[in-house]
Ligand binder design. Structure first.
Ligand SMILES: [Zn+2]
Length: 263
């Protein structure tokens, strides 16, 4: 499931392929991905628009159009973008296809549900309406993080994943951050001393920076990352201990039994 580093890569891909291009036609293949807008209205409002600028907040990609509206893209579990020449076959699972003036197309692909496209008045309004927390990578510092997190109840993992507290981190990267910080994922925040919270903050920044710099390409992740060892019984790349899997809110969470001690 794409999280902040993957969306950052998708933003770069979008910028390289579609930014500043004019949309000559919009083909909606599956209107289930459109949120709060009909297929016809979506087509009409995007046709002849130009993708003016792009930015990311949490797991959302925002594309400002030259008329005052913003296209909001959420990639759900398996969403992706694909740019290709208009003479080439459309990719499988293309849900919406934008024909660009340069003879290329940009497809929003989504093999499984949960990805979505919508139009918003502005990025700021969308963030406010959806009560998204500050972006995990760019919006706040240690004091902001401390203030935000120490008032929360519940476990550290749930809180890191809560988009209303911090936007952008999901199941896999919350595991990675806590693995690097040597914190048991299900520790209650109330039981974490300030020093531990600071370590989580530091690792959050490091993990996101390293993964963004590697364009979210998993085979380039550092060898001490949990990311490529997410398997029950695998050997821990930090301490040689055993990686354990635990089902949590319907997702599999991974941690090292040895160096992520319960406090
Ligand atoms: Zn370990």
């Amino acid at each position: 499931m794409p999280e902040l580093p993957e969306i950052e890569s998708l933003k770069s891909y979008f910028n390289h392929t579609a930014l500043h291009k004019k949309i000559v036609n919009v083909d909606v293949r599956d209107d289930a991905v459109l949120k709060s807008i009909s297929s016809r209205s979506f087509q009409m409002r995007l046709k002849d628009e130009t993708f003016k600028s792009s930015s990311r907040h949490g797991k959302y990609l925002f594309v400002e159009l030259d008329r005052d509206e913003t296209l909001v893209i959420h990639f759900g579990m398996t969403g992706d973008l694909k740019n290709y020449k208009s003479t080439v076959d459309d990719p499988q699972y293309a849900k919406v296809i934008f024909d660009l003036e340069n003879g290329y197309k940009l497809a929003f692909i989504c093999p499984r549900k949960f990805g979505s496209l919508r139009l918003a008045d502005s990025k700021e309004k969308f963030i406010k309406d959806h009560e998204l927390g500050p972006d995990a990578y760019s919006d706040f510092d240690w004091n902001g993080f401390k203030k935000m997190i120490s008032s929360r109840r519940g476990s550290i993992k749930t809180t890191l994943m809560n988009q209303k507290v911090i936007a952008g981190i999901g199941n896999d990267y919350s595991d990675e951050i806590l693995f690097q910080a040597k914190i048991y994922p299900f520790t209650k925040i109330i039981d974490l001393e300030e020093e531990k919270l600071k370590e989580i903050w530091k690792q959050l920044q490091k993990v996101l920076k390293k993964t963004i710099n590697r364009h979210a390409e998993k085979d380039k992740y550092p060898s001490n990352f949990l990311y490529t060892h997410r398997e029950d019984g695998a050997e821990c790349p930090i301490c040689g201990g055993t990686i354990k899997r635990r089902k949590f809110s319907g997702r599999s969470s991974y941690y090292c039994q040895k160096h992520q001690n319960k406090t």
